[in-house]
Structures are given as C-alpha cells and as structure tokens.
Design a protein around this ligand. Structure first.
Ligand code: BG6
Length: 489
C-alpha cells in the first residue's frame, strides 16, 4: 500500500542561507569586518585559506576554515590582498537582490525563510553601545518583503561568525566579554524584529565550535574548545530567557551538525567507540536541550586532555533556565566510525552500502529518519530540519536552465524519509528548510560550482557573472511538493 506522505497543516516549508555565503554588500550600510571576510576561495583539492601578515612583514596563508588554534602564530594579523578573491564580499548579492529572491521563494510556496543576520552589520566591531541603524533597516526591509507573501522568518542569530574585532581582541568565545556582546546583539534583534519573528536559532552548528583568534573562524582544541563551548551555552541560554520575556510567542532552538553516525561493524569495540564518538555531538544537544551537563561530560574532557572545566554555579542556573524549545539540525550525509578513529569526525570509515556525491558525501535518506527519531527519543522536544540538500555540478543551457533530476531524486528520497518519521514514527517536526534555495557560495570550499539551489545564479568560482537568477527543473518540482503539502512525494 502507498504510504501517506502528507504533512501536518501548519508544517513550515522553506529554505536556509547564511549571510557571508549569500548576502554580500560587504562594505555597504556600515557593515563591519566579519570573521569570514579574509577567507579566500578554494576547492576540494586546494583548501580555502586566510591571508595574514606576521609582525615581521611576512605573509602567511593558513589553510581552511577548520584551522586549529595552534596553526597560527599569535602575531598574525589579517590583511586583504589585491590578487585574491574573497567570496564573502559579494557572495551572490542578496543585499541587492532580496526582493527578487524572496519573490522566487514565495513562488515555490515557502512559508518560512531561514537566514542569518550578519553580526558585524548590526554591531560593526561588536563593542558599540548603539546598533548600526542601516544594518537593522536592511533586515527590516527583508522581513517586511517576506511578510507580503506570508513568509515568516527563522533567524539564525550567529552562523559560525563574529565581528573580526571580537575574534582578535578577545580571542573570541574563550572570553566572557563575548557573552555580553552576543546578548546585547540578540536583545537588539528581539527589540527590532520580535514583533514579526517567532522562530529563532541562537547558533548554527554549535557542535563545530568556531570563532577564535586572528582568523575568527579557527577551531580551538582541548580545554579552550570546551571553555568556548561553555561560554556559547551560557550566551545561548541568556538569549533564550531574554527572548522568552521579550517575545511571548517565541520558540528558540540552536542548530547542530547531526549528520548520522554509524558503527563501521557490530564488533563490540566498534559499537562502544561509536557510542563515545556520538556523545561528542550529544554533549551539545544534551546541555542546551535538557539544561544541565551530562554525566559523561568529564569523560569527554579527559579524552581531550583535561580534567575539569571551571563552571560558575550561576552558569548552571542560567543553563537550566534557558533550555531550548526545539532541536534544529543540519543533515547532509551519514558517517561511519570504528575503534581507533577520532571521536569527533565527519567522514571516518567508508560505508560500502552508500553512493556518494561528487564531493564524497555519502547519500543516506534513511539516515535522516534515523536521526530524527534518535534526537526526539532522547530530548523529547520538537525537532526542526533546518538544512538538508545536495551540492552538485549543474550544467546550465544557453538560457541558464538546469535539468537537475539528481537533486530532485535526492530531495524526494530525503523528504519521503522525513514524512515517514513524522507519519509512521510520530516524531513532531516543525518544518524543513532546504539548503540553499538560491545557489550560493560553499562554506567548505568557497566554490560556486558546488550548487544547492532550486534557482541557478549566473556566477562562477571567481565571482564573475551577471548574477541573473533562473529557476531550475527542481523549482517546479518543489512547488508541487509544497502545494500538496508532501502528498506528491
Ligand atoms: C553546513 C553549514 O555545515 O553545511 C552551511 O551550516 C554550509 O553554512 C552547508 O553551506 C553545506 O556545506 P558546503 O560546504 O557544501 O557549503
């Protein structure tokens, strides 16, 4: 018998983006320098890098957005070089195309659009006492434009970023000063947009903690990593409590990179290792979703080379008061792990049962259903799938039209798995925002040719092109899915 795919009446259908990959307008409207602004383009073979200068004048190019703290000397300062391309500066220019893009999204029937506010557009250095009004006006215009189509915002307050000044001056999230800067920033957003925004995400992929030191996007290790995470937990909880007070209808989540993780074999050592490795993710969800540090926290710290994290008693009360209302996550792929692998990993051992995208990401729709059940079983709060999609090389014809059947297949399979989790397993799921409805710049490689959209954007890996928007074949397909609320899946 055919399974019922139709979804709850108030299901939220939409798309998701991040400011520095989508928005551009880097030196407009008083925007300050953001941590991602010094990151160059790259590819799978040539990782993105940062352009920096040491105090003796020497230029260095530390690689990728996942660089570790110890990879960069303390005297390194970011510099812009004329011969480099920095994708965040223009991105795909939502800044000047927002009316057109919102209309295109509305044309598919979106009733929600997830975007991130650029922190340095609101507080250029993070330290001002008054916000930048031109920055607030931009998002005000965006939200008002969406309202014309009854599309509600899902705002990511912080998507893997911070004003560069905070990263350099305070070493980012290792400092408690940044908690206050964040809460002031969040409060400003609640003040200006709370009357039109119910759904909020305090952080994007918080379990991939970034936002330190001279590059602003490097990762700390060991004690510093967990200290930074703790400060983010406190910042998030303070924002949630404040948001609940300021916006009566508000619902708060944080977003986790929760692509599925399987043990490579059923060997007990692999199974046990898998449980420990998965806790590297649960650690973040448990603390923010349940409001307290889990019993296994100490074991995680010891694994990372330290015994204790100094946590003030008032922080524990803050975490308990500021629990999330729903758990949001990104799902692209599944991974496997075996005894002896690192605990925190994307990738791990090969999975012989799955095909991969051209970027080597295993395609696993059933893993999405598994993940939805896994999170709900554990936390017992509604979930929200806020990123899922397929990065692929699209061949546009001379009218810029793309027949992206591979993307339709990927989405069809994943949305069907989602519908099964909702209809058969009865997992409460608020909605689905596909990454990314309009083509934009890839986070990991900085490429344009790794495209996700329902809408093609005429731009190449070097930022050249007319920026013209053209719906792909998947655009019409998604429109049907939404119009029938999933029944055509
Ligand atoms: C998530 C991020 O990790 O994955 C997005 O929240 C990112 O910012 C997305 O774009 C897809 O990754 P990529 O590297 O293909 O852009």
């Amino acid at each position: 018998s055919k399974k019922v795919k139709s979804l709850p009446k108030d299901f939220l259908w939409g798309g998701a983006t991040a400011d520095f990959q989508y928005e551009g307008g880097f030196n407009e409207g008083g925007r300050g320098i953001l941590s991602h602004d010094y990151e160059t383009d790259g590819s799978q073979a040539h990782p993105r890098h940062h352009t920096m200068r040491l105090s003796d004048g020497q230029l260095i190019n530390p690689k990728s957005s996942f660089i570790l703290a110890e990879d960069i000397p303390d005297d390194a300062k970011p510099v812009f070089l004329d011969d480099q391309y920095y994708p965040s500066h223009q991105a795909v220019d939502f800044y000047h195309h927002y009316k057109e893009d919102i209309k295109l999204m509305a044309g598919m029937g979106f009733n929600v659009f997830r975007f991130s506010v650029c922190w340095s557009r609101i507080f250029p250095t993070g330290e001002e006492t008054e916000p930048n009004m031109a920055g607030l006006k931009f998002y005000d215009d965006v939200i008002n434009e969406m309202a014309k189509y009854n599309m509600e915002p899902l705002i990511t307050i912080c998507h893997d970023e911070m004003p560069m000044n905070l990263a350099i001056k305070y070493n980012g999230w290792t400092s408690r000063y940044v908690i206050d800067a964040y809460v002031k920033y969040a409060q400003t957003l609640f003040d200006y947009f709370g009357d039109r925004c119910r759904y909020w995400l305090t952080f994007n992929e918080i379990n991939a903690v970034r936002g330190f030191g001279p590059t602003g996007v490097r990762q700390a290790t060991g004690h510093d990593r967990y200290l930074a995470a703790h400060n983010m937990f406190v910042a998030s909880a303070k924002a949630v409590s404040l948001g609940h007070k300021m916006i009566p209808e508000s619902q708060f989540g944080a977003m986790y990179a929760m692509s599925e993780l399987y043990p490579a074999t059923c060997k007990p050592e692999d199974m046990f290792h898998h449980m420990q490795a998965r806790r590297e993710n649960w650690y973040f969800i448990d603390i923010m979703g349940r409001g307290y540090y889990p019993s296994y926290a100490e074991e995680i710290w010891q694994h990372h080379g330290f015994n204790k994290l100094e946590i003030a008693p008032e922080d524990l009360a803050t975490l308990n008061a500021g629990q999330l209302d729903y758990i949001a996550f990104s799902y692209y792929r599944s991974n496997t792990t075996k005894d002896g692998d690192e605990w925190f990993n994307v990738g791990g051992s090969a999975n012989p049962y799955l095909d991969e995208t051209p970027w080597g990401w295993p395609v696993d729709p059933l893993g999405l259903r598994y993940c939805m059940n896994e999170i709900y079983d554990r936390i017992q709060k509604p979930i929200f799938i806020v990123e899922n999609g397929m990065g692929a090389i699209d061949q546009a014809d001379d009218q810029d039209y793309v027949e992206d059947d591979y993307r339709i297949d990927y989405l069809q399979q994943h949305l069907s798995a989602m519908a099964d989790a909702i209809n058969i397993d009865h997992v409460p799921c608020l909605g689905y925002t596909m990454w990314a409805p309009i083509d934009l710049v890839s986070l990991s490689t900085g490429e344009m040719k790794k495209r996700y959209g329902f809408v093609y954007v005429d731009m190449d890996d070097q930022g050249q092109g007319s920026l013209k928007r053209t719906p792909k074949k998947s655009y019409q397909w998604m429109k049907q899915v939404i119009a029938t609320n999933g029944a055509t899946l």
